[in-house]
Design a binder for this molecule. Structure first.
Ligand code: 1GP
Length: 239
């Protein structure tokens, strides 16, 4: 599946972390996201797994007709109710677990699940002074905001490995989004659909990320905090 089969870019995906609210609240966020014009619901988080993920996906699917894409932190974040799963390699992890270990555990289950994998090169950029959760859990080789060439090298690896898309991630709740210059470099030099997320909480940074070249903008935290702001951001993506 090509990510851009989900729609003509720019696209907006709403990320819901099952550990941040109960299933009912998650379904309300998903319903709102659909009404505002978001293109897909991503479900996952650094600590979310098992039954919590399944219950949340089940409830979202009942209330909302958008495609649901799992965004797992490991094999235990996989469930059968979703439509797609980001089959991701955390490219700048220093742990074999996030390069291929969790994927090996998940693959046989995924084969039998009916959930369609979307391969993705996941690159975590360190935009905050204090390491974000994903930086800590994923044991990343830090990419600092000025290290555009380093991010670009990882993104090129995603292309040469034959992965189907690349995600530049500042981490959920990051104090700043991925630098625009970095997004621009990856967009112009890497021939893959480009997802960008982390730290986007207002229309101005959403526009900045899109103008720099993101095909897909992901927002998570803002949907938990302020659905009105989510609506403004989705409108900015879609105008
Ligand atoms: C995290 O990029 C996503 O994986 C979303 O980040 O929660 O900061 O919007 P936020």
């Amino acid at each position: 599946m090509n990510l851009l089969d989900l729609g003509k870019p720019p696209l907006h995906f709403t990320l819901i972390d099952p550990d941040k609210q109960d299933e009912g609240e998650a379904a309300v966020i998903a319903g709102g996201a659909q009404d505002f014009g978001s293109d897909a619901i991503m479900v996952g988080g650094s600590t979310a797994h098992g039954q919590t993920v399944s219950d949340t996906v089940f409830r979202i699917k009942r209330e909302c007709s958008l495609p649901v894409i799992l965004f797992p932190s490991g094999a235990s974040g996989v469930c059968t109710q979703a439509d797609y799963l980001f089959f991701m390699m955390l490219m700048n992890s220093q742990s074999p677990r996030f390069l291929v270990g969790e994927q090996v555990k998940a693959a046989p289950f995924l084969r039998d699940s009916g959930v369609e994998p979307i391969s993705m090169g996941y690159i975590v950029v360190s935009t905050s002074e204090n390491p974000t959760k994903v930086e800590q859990v994923g044991r990343v080789d830090r990419i600092l905001p000025g290290e555009v060439d380093k991010a670009l090298a990882y993104a090129l690896c995603a292309q040469y490995f034959g992965l189907s898309c690349v995600y530049l991630e500042a981490g959920s709740g990051a104090s700043r989004p991925v630098p625009y210059e970095m997004i621009k470099a990856v967009k112009t030099q890497v021939n893959l659909p480009l997802i960008v997320g982390g730290g986007v909480r207002d229309v101005s940074s959403a526009r900045g990320v899109l103008e720099a070249g993101a095909d897909v903008l992901v927002t998570g935290t803002i949907a938990e905090e302020n659905l009105g702001r989510l609506s403004e951001i989705v409108s900015a993506v879609k105008r």
